[in-house]
Design a protein around this ligand. Structure first.
Ligand SMILES: Cc1cc2nc3c(=O)[nH]c(=O)nc-3n(C[C@H](O)[C@H](O)[C@H](O)COP(=O)(O)OP(=O)(O)OC[C@H]3O[C@@H](n4cnc5c(N)ncnc54)[C@H](O)[C@@H]3O)c2cc1C
Length: 459
């Protein structure tokens, strides 16, 4: 098994030659900081809205090599957050966000089609399953929320037989079907976007870390300065390193193991419809197939970052990868004789509400907090941030994801200590439930704290 920082998707997509770092000072109409999906979709939307605009992207490493190039490739809507959205903003605002997130999933598919980017986009429903008795019915609130918003078809409860007809894991006891979902090849999508932006005349400087944001529209790097009409901050967990954003998000992590191609196993499981599958634990497992017949299997139970920053060792956590691999064998015993070829991981930007947050402070426009669901929603984020940067107000900038009521995480060292304690309790709770035991009272109490604080942990 090759355990690397960046994973198999980027290997499969092939190497790119980094563009030249920024050398000295520059000017642009809009400077985008961060070349993951969010920054790149924002740059794309800016050119859609104003083709003549001078857009500059500054990326600390290489575009698409962060989490955008190594995630699970679940391209989801925000229907799973409908309950939170209703509580936060009311029914019509919740419905508007959910519908906009559907357009984002379809928009990514349409973009790949029209641009000729083969990012393995495949539309198929997502299954939320129960793998223990205690998880059964955990989707009831989401099913009710969709129905009460007038869209009962979006999330539908299904029996164990219906789940197993789509994927016959012995662990699956029932579930809910999310109608609209897709899977993508994350790295091909990120690098495809990078290539199309370069073709379109967007200037991209890689290996260029932004170290300072000025509210009047400038940014500083180690060796230069860019003056611009607007700045877009799209740096995922690194946002917590900029003044004013430190307590706005927390850092968790997610890890993936990948099997060799095993089409016979997929046939035996009857798992040939391309469904993405997630269980209903707090620290979720998620799994999907690839075009070449592999199983991608992930766990959102890795360690948290320190000081609001992702630890540089987080991707290489062998203990977390071993636990992920063990879970793969429980879900799909048929994989046991087969090789796990790759493992990797990455940081997750956790927002207090589980929902991404977009907004503006002066001429700096930000997006962060995807909480493990950024592939689909980052397209919508690009539509929003492009408009904020151009000072256009319309149905996108009025969505409830823009400037929501401000909620903060506790400061360090409380955040790290509390995060580590809560993670331990969540791991213990999930393990007890996997074994059919009731977690003890202190574990239950500590594990319930995120929810009491309105924090939903990610994959
Ligand atoms: C293992 C794993 C599995 C996941 N699975 C899924 C999934 O299945 N579905 C899903 O929807 N989401 C998933 N996610 C989350 C998803 O990958 C992210 O939400 C999404 O990629 C966020 O995009 P982004 O542009 O905000 O961030 P990134 O992709 O992290 O891009 C930010 C970029 O900013 C750059 N940067 C940082 N600091 C600076 C600076 N100071 N100056 C310049 N550049 C800077 C970074 O180098 C990086 O390239 C997963 C994440 C991980 C780690």
């Amino acid at each position: 098994m090759r355990h690397t920082r960046t994973g198999w998707w980027l290997e499969e997509a092939g190497a790119v030659t980094p563009t030249a770092p920024l050398d000295g000072d520059a000017r642009a109409d809009v400077v985008v900081v961060g070349g993951g999906y969010l920054g790149l979709w924002t740059a794309w939307q800016l050119k859609e809205l104003e083709p003549g605009l001078d857009v500059l992207v500054l990326e600390a490493a290489v575009c698409g090599h962060g989490p955008s190039g190594r995630n699970g490739g679940f391209c989801e809507t925000l229907w799973g957050d409908a309950t939170t959205l209703r509580e936060q903003a009311g029914d019509s605002a919740a419905l508007a966000v959910c519908r906009a997130s559907e357009n984002a999933v379809r928009g990514i598919g349409a973009w790949c089609e029209t641009q000729g980017v083969d990012a393995w986009f495949r539309e198929a429903p997502m299954l939320r399953v129960a793998t223990t008795e205690s998880q059964l019915g955990s989707w009831a609130e989401s099913v009710r929320a969709a129905a009460e918003l007038g869209a009962p078809e979006e999330i539908v409860a299904v029996s164990a037989e219906e789940v197993r007809a789509r994927c016959a894991s012995p662990l699956f006891l029932g579930g809910a079907l999310h109608r609209l979902n897709a899977t993508v090849h994350p790295a091909r999508l990120g690098l495809g976007l990078r290539a199309k932006l370069l073709e379109r005349g967007v200037r991209i400087h890689e290996r260029t870390e932004v170290t300072r944001l000025d509210r009047d529209g400038g940014v500083g790097t180690r060796s230069g300065h860019v003056r611009a009409g607007a700045v877009v901050l799209a740096v995922n967990t690194a946002a917590a390193g900029f003044p004013g954003y430190r307590l706005s998000l927390a850092v968790a992590s997610s890890h993936i193991v990948l099997t060799e191609p095993l089409p016979d196993v997929l046939d035996e499981l009857g798992w040939t419809g391309g469904e993405a599958i997630v269980d209903s634990r707090t620290l979720v497992h998620y799994t999907r197939t690839t075009r070449d017949g592999r199983i991608v299997f992930g766990w959102g139970g890795g360690t948290m970052g320190v000081g609001g920053r992702a630890s540089s060792r987080l991707e290489l956590d062998r203990g977390v990868v071993a636990a992920t691999r063990e879970a793969l064998g429980r879900f799909f015993p048929q994989t046991r004789g087969h090789e796990v070829t790759h493992a990797w991981g990455g940081p997750i930007d956790v927002s207090p509400s589980h929902l991404p947050i977009f907004g503006s402070r002066g001429r700096v426009h930000h997006g962060y907090g995807f909480t493990g669901n950024g592939v689909g929603p980052s397209f919508l984020g690009g539509e929003i941030l492009a408009r904020l940067a151009l000072d256009r107000r319309d149905k996108w900038t009025r969505l409830a994801l823009v400037d929501p009521p401000r909620r903060l995480f506790p400061p360090e060292p409380l955040r790290y200590a509390g995060g580590a304690l809560i993670r331990r309790a969540l791991v213990a709770k999930d393990a007890a439930e996997d074994e059919g035991r009731e977690p003890n009272a202190p574990t239950r109490f500590v594990a319930s704290l995120p929810r009491r604080l309105g924090l939903h942990l990610p994959r």
